[in-house]
Design a protein around this ligand. Structure first.
Ligand SMILES: [Zn+2]
Length: 74
């Protein structure tokens, strides 16, 4: 699962916004950053409206794309 931080769900308690799964549909998209890192962008599955992004390791990014959890966008 691709998870990230939601600023809306994390308000006022930041802990609540951590490690929230991104929605399956639309699927999270994984981009490669200029520095060669991987960044997943998706929508919070908890409040279903907030855009969220998360840095991912190469391994996790490739795994998520391979398993169909996220779309390759680079
Ligand atoms: Zn949220």
């Amino acid at each position: 699962m691709v998870t990230g931080y939601c600023v809306v769900c994390g308000r006022p308690d930041k802990e609540n916004g951590k490690n929230i799964e991104m929605m399956d549909s639309p699927k999270p998209k994984i981009n490669q950053t200029a520095r060669g890192g991987y960044m997943a962008k998706g929508i919070c599955s908890k409040c279903k409206k907030t855009k969220m992004c998360a840095m991912m390791s190469k391994d996790n990014a490739e795994k998520a794309i391979e398993s169909g959890e996220a779309e390759k966008d680079f």
